[in-house]
Design a protein around this ligand. Structure first.
Ligand code: NAD
Length: 461
């Protein structure tokens, strides 16, 4: 077994990829029965070793048992079940009509696997975001190299320990490590690179992939707004925003990043957010079993500087030694301050006042396209306007984050928030090539009319 230092060497990355390419070339991963057996094995690993994975998630992020299950382990089990249930149908060749001039002939599309794919995942949902792409890659018949995030070391180690045991190691490899190891991998030629993380590294990944003309999926982040309109029930809106925002201590790519409080909603909403936070995490969230921790000191220090952009109306307490950062709500936020310029990716929720929906839409469209847009409104006309006049990876009314739990919906960003999509059938689209197949009998040779010499009348055929 190579050590993790060996894996830093480009030749070792090359060995891993050529080993998987060789396995792919044997046809190992093509039979649908094999793909399903791998998915079932992955499912068994998650359920039989649920304790070990939950413990790793707690060690990395202080994740509560319930969150570990609902947002990572259980999420993956659902994704696998959904895939197993529909895979045969998703893979079925599709017949396509043939123009009369080409008849008789049959046309269809067939899905073929791409080959060996690279999955690079981040630290915030370190299990879900490493394995959900693998579910799609295997279901589509590929080999996969998984590079978990070094910033979630316990989960990375658990993946490195279990995946080679439960999945066919000829088809799936885990490479642990950070920038050096990822850079070595990115020098290799893959058939697809699937990256989840920030846009700066997304650009590095895309540049590296371009050298091999390798297609990429980039699952990135950004500032996802939550619009709150007058006439909506502020108590329930606040509970849902607080739930979506403070889950995983705000370190969720689709979490509401900030609130656009329309009209006179800001004051009432701030009060309701304070009540919701108390209800969920108690008077002192530091003592709540259900509240997570910031992943590391670097991210903690970045977050500690952010409240300067507004007035703290809830929370604000933080403790570097325990990586604890209280659920925090900011009011009177300067929209040009860092808290409104960068993705927050932590438990700080700025509330920005806007006079009306026009101003909210103008605020959103003047900025980069977010991964998600949320709106709390009782107005069908407002829903229509937000749907038609804004662009985002996803749009959800009345609830943040939950669109991920609808297995039939695609998950992905647009513009700065990402490129491509996955989950369910969309993962099959991402990890396979849709091949056009045309089959025309040689006789009768109806094409004779199309052959030269182009005598009079042939140009209109
Ligand atoms: P991270 O630091 O764990 O990095 C992600 C991956 O990139 C890791 O595997 C890391 O090893 C690798 N990496 C880091 N620097 C690299 C380099 N210079 N060259 C090559 N590889 C490198 O995670 P992160 O980027 O801090 O994650 C947070 C970001 O990810 C946020 O912007 C968040 O919104 C976004 N995110 C998006 C989604 C999504 O599904 N769209 C999900 C989670 C997080």
């Amino acid at each position: 077994m190579p050590s993790s230092t060996d894996l830093a060497r480009p030749d070792t990355a090359a060995d891993t990829v050529s080993r998987l390419n060789a396995a792919f070339a044997t046809g190992l991963t093509r039979p649908v029965a094999w793909r399903k057996s791998q998915l079932r094995a992955l499912r068994r690993m998650l359920t039989e070793h649920e304790e070990a994975f939950a413990a790793a998630l707690r060690a990395d992020l202080g994740k509560s048992r319930t969150e570990a299950y609902t947002t990572e382990i259980g999420f993956l089990v659902n994704e696998i079940d959904h895939t197993l249930r529909h895979l045969d149908r998703w893979l079925r060749p599709r017949r396509v009509g043939v123009p009369l001039a080409l008849a008789p002939a049959r046309a269809r599309t067939v899905r073929e696997p791409l080959g060996t794919v690279l999955v690079i995942s981040p630290w915030n949902y370190p299990l879900q975001l490493a394995l959900a792409p693998v579910v799609g890659a295997l279901a589509a018949g590929n080999c996969a190299v998984v590079k978990p995030s070094e910033l979630a070391p316990a989960t990375s180690a658990a993946l490195a320990e279990w995946l080679p045991r439960v999945l066919n190691p000829e088809a799936v490899a885990v490479v642990e490590g950070g920038v050096a190891e990822t850079t070595a991998l990115l020098e290799q030629r893959f058939d697809h690179v699937f990256y989840t993380g920030n846009g700066t590294v997304g650009r590095i990944v895309m540049t590296a992939a371009a050298r091999h003309l390798t297609p990429v999926t980039l699952e990135l982040g950004g500032k996802s707004p939550a619009v709150v309109e007058p006439g909506t029930d502020l108590a329930s809106a606040a509970r849902r925003i607080a739930w979506g925002k403070f889950m995983n201590a705000g370190q969720t790519c689709v979490a509401p990043d900030y609130v656009l409080a329309v009209g006179d909603t800001a004051d009432g909403l701030q009060d309701a957010l304070a009540a919701a936070i108390r209800e969920m995490y108690g008077a002192d969230p530091a003592t709540s079993e259900d509240y997570g921790r910031i992943v590391n000191v670097r991210h903690f220090d970045r977050l500690a500087a952010l409240p300067a952009g507004g007035r703290v109306v809830v929370g604000g307490e933080h403790d570097r030694s325990r990586l604890y950062f209280a659920p925090t709500v900011l009011a009177d936020v300067d929209v040009d301050s860092p808290v409104m310029r960068e993705e927050i990716f932590g438990p700080i929720l700025p509330v920005v006042r806007v006079p009306d929906l026009d101003a909210a839409i103008a605020f959103i469209t003047a900025r980069e396209k977010p991964l998600a847009l949320y709106a709390f409104t009782a107005s069908a006309a407002s829903k229509r306007r937000l749907t038609g006049e804004t662009s985002s990876g996803a749009l959800a009314f009345g609830v943040p984050n939950a669109h991920l739990a609808v297995p039939g919906l695609p998950f992905g960003g647009v513009g700065e928030s990402g490129l491509g999509r996955y989950h369910g059938t969309y993962s099959i689209d991402t990890f396979s090539h849709v091949k056009a197949v045309l089959d025309k009998p040689r006789l009768p040779d109806t094409l004779r009319l199309a052959y030269p010499p182009f005598t009079r009348g042939k140009d209109r055929l």
